[in-house]
Design a protein around this ligand. Structure first.
Ligand code: AMP
Length: 632
């Protein structure tokens, strides 16, 4: 695959001036900020020496806000005002988070028209959007960085899961803006990890980045070569992470309690949060120990005292581990690689510390994964290196970062079919254009429907946006040339424009979908596209045959209305009408070949009618003219 040259913004800045730029890993569980100092990428610590900032925000009674460890310490006692894992709700509407049984928040829909139905969380100081909550985390990191670096930041590279769709990316950018941070670029987390590994180890070859964080799983296949990073494929599950392992322990604890006390009363919000925290501690303890003692007192006075050992934990979380391997297989298949072509596997994310994850990865790839960089810091370190380049501090060779689109993007065409313009796994940034034309004579407007997904039919894809191009000069059907350009920038945001070539008339839309794709939706869309490939091919053939038939029927109906009585004998007229009726009947079937045959038959039997019409119109046009007045 050819590599694209990307000229980076800021590359021309004066090399002697050091711009303060940071990389921010805005994680589900923890967030970090890093910068390049004396050529070394380093994570910045707070005044207590903490590198990780828990991604926890607590709203206080006096309108104050606590972020990080202080907030985390209160999450059991003040669960509804202490927001954890807010990243899961970025760019989401209420309907996207169907499974909220173990989430202790009260969600409300944002009624503000601008917000496109995004959710909000009710707190004691009012309703807060995930963007506002994330902005608090970013503000804290910004303050930490400005204190450590002694000046105002020029900008930041912020990392997002590779699977984040446009809504989630936009929400992340909005949060940064709210925190007063200039975003140099959003960068996929696995790509950032590759930057850190690639430069530190000067590795070459094909690498897989296996990233299991608190709330998301991403798998990326990257090719590293002489400082150039090319993402060959990505896959993942945006609702799978360490939190799910905690939740399994939580359910196991409840089962154990109910074995002893069958009609144990439902847990309060505080107890739920407390037990989830205990579950997480037990999980982390089991990484280095054989068993974990779980003890705590619930609000009804019940005292929990249970021992969990590694083999029990491994057993009831085994299918979560397996769940990471399906997307892994798909990404490798999409990259067109076999396992023996993979030079190394990099582990990223705190949850990859779990030994059974490491074993499963080693078994799957038949090689030990690379773990020499801290899995919690590697993303922030890579983001800082990229920020340093984008801020113009590095005048040496460009660092190229190529990401890919997770799902295909296309346009609706006649018959409810989708014409793919940018295929999935196309390298970003990307721009692709295709020409479309009008369906009817004199058509002066066209409406465009932008879709995302792998299936052939509009009804099976996800609608992203609709827009119109009006004022097209009237022409015969098929004569207008409308060039539609799809452009995805380096942050993964899509804009679509349509331009009529002769008049220069233009219209465009920037896609900011009202909802992000739910985690299951992406997985299901890909799965169903593989399963339905054959059916889709047939459905496409039927729709195409129907469109062709409709086009022919429309033009013959018009011609018959105009000229049938003048040109055709009653028998000829009758024959054509009866074939038209026959075609209309066959069109209702899903037999594309039969529709094509009937269309062809009608086409053939109206050839002589069309020829006679042509003769008649030429005769009429020439009537009363002499040869000299004709321009030949
Ligand atoms: P991240 O989103 O990358 O910060 O990852 C956070 C996740 O890593 C959380 O689910 C943590 O519980 C998990 N984690 C951190 N340290 C450990 C550990 N030693 N063993 C198991 N899981 C861990």
């Amino acid at each position: 695959m050819a590599l694209l040259q990307i000229s980076e913004p800021g590359m021309s800045a004066a090399p002697h001036k050091h711009n303060l730029a940071v990389g921010i890993d805005l994680g589900t569980t923890n967030s970090l900020v890093a910068t390049v100092r004396s050529g070394m990428s380093t994570v910045l610590q707070d005044e207590h020496g903490h590198a990780l900032l828990p991604s926890v925000v607590r709203y206080l009674e006096n309108n104050g806000v606590e972020v990080g460890h202080d907030a985390q310490a209160q999450q059991s006692t003040d669960p509804t005002n202490t927001i954890v894992s807010v990243k899961r709700f970025m760019g989401r509407g209420l309907k996207d988070i169907a499974n909220r049984a173990h989430i202790p928040y009260r969600f409300v829909e944002n009624t503000n028209k601008e917000s496109n139905g995004m959710l909000q969380i009710e707190t004691r100081v009012g309703n807060k959007s995930p963007v506002e909550i994330s902005a608090e985390i970013l503000k804290t990191l910004r303050t930490r960085a400005e204190k450590a670096l002694g000046g105002e930041l020029t900008g930041a590279v912020i990392t997002v899961p590779a699977y984040f769709d446009e809504a989630q990316r936009q929400a992340t950018k909005d949060a940064a803006r709210l925190a007063g941070i200039h975003v140099l670029r959003l960068l996929n987390e696995p790509t950032a990890a590759a930057v850190a590994y690639g430069l530190d180890n000067a590795s070459e070859g094909v690498y897989v980045i296996y990233d299991l964080g608190g709330g998301t799983f991403d798998i990326s296949v990257l090719r590293l070569s002489k400082g150039v990073f090319e993402v060959l494929a990505t896959n993942g599950d945006s609702a799978l992470g360490g939190d799910d392992f905690d939740h399994r322990i939580f359910c196991w604890i409840l089962d154990q309690i109910r074995l002893k006390v069958p009609n144990f009363s439902p847990l309060s919000e505080e107890d739920t949060r407390l037990l989830l925290t205990k579950s997480r501690q037990a999980k982390e303890w089991l990484t280095d120990n054989y068993e974990s003692q779980i003890t705590c007192k619930l609000s009804n006075g019940y005292f929990v005292d249970i021992t969990l050992n590694v083999s029990q934990f491994n057993e009831f979380t085994q299918n979560l581990v397996s769940k990471t391997l399906n997307p892994t297989r798909k990404a490798i298949r999409d990259a067109g690689l076999s396992l023996d072509e993979i030079n190394g596997v990099v582990l990223v994310g705190g949850a990859t510390r779990m030994p059974h994850i490491r074993h499963a990865v080693a078994d799957f790839f038949k090689q030990e994964p690379l773990t020499n960089l801290d899995p919690d810091k590697v993303v922030a370190l890579g983001a800082a290196i990229q920020a340093n380049v984008l801020a113009g501090n590095r005048s040496d060779k460009d660092l190229l970062l190529l990401d890919v689109t997770p799902l295909s993007l296309g346009l609706e065409t006649m018959g409810g079919l989708v014409e793919k313009i940018i295929p999935r796994n196309a390298t970003l940034p990307v721009a692709r254009a295709q020409e479309f034309t009008t369906f009817k004579d004199g058509q002066t407007a066209m409406s465009f429907h932008v879709l995302q997904g792998e299936r052939e039919l509009v009804s099976d894809c996800r609608s992203l946006a609709k827009f119109e191009l009006r004022g097209i000069p009237p022409m015969a059907a098929g004569a207008a040339r409308i060039r539609v350009t799809f452009q995805i920038d380096a942050d993964g945001l899509l804009s679509v424009s349509a331009k009529e070539q002769t008049s220069g008339l233009e219209s465009h839309v920037v896609v900011k979908p009202s909802y992000g794709l739910s985690d299951e939706e992406i997985g299901n869309m890909l799965k169903s596209s593989f399963l339905a490939a054959e059916n889709d091919k047939q459905a496409r053939a039927v729709r195409e045959a129907q469109v062709e038939a409709a086009r022919l029927l429309e033009s013959i109906t018009f011609a018959m209305d105009q000229d049938a009585d003048k040109i055709l004998s009653p028998d000829e007229k009758e024959a054509i009408y009866s074939q038209m009726e026959a075609l209309k009947e066959i069109m209702k079937s899903d037999d594309s070949q039969a529709i094509n045959r009937a269309t062809e038959k009608l086409n053939k039997s109206t050839e002589s009618f069309a020829a006679r019409r042509m003769d008649a119109s030429v005769t009429k046009a020439l009537a009363g003219q002499n040869l000299d007045s004709l321009e030949i």
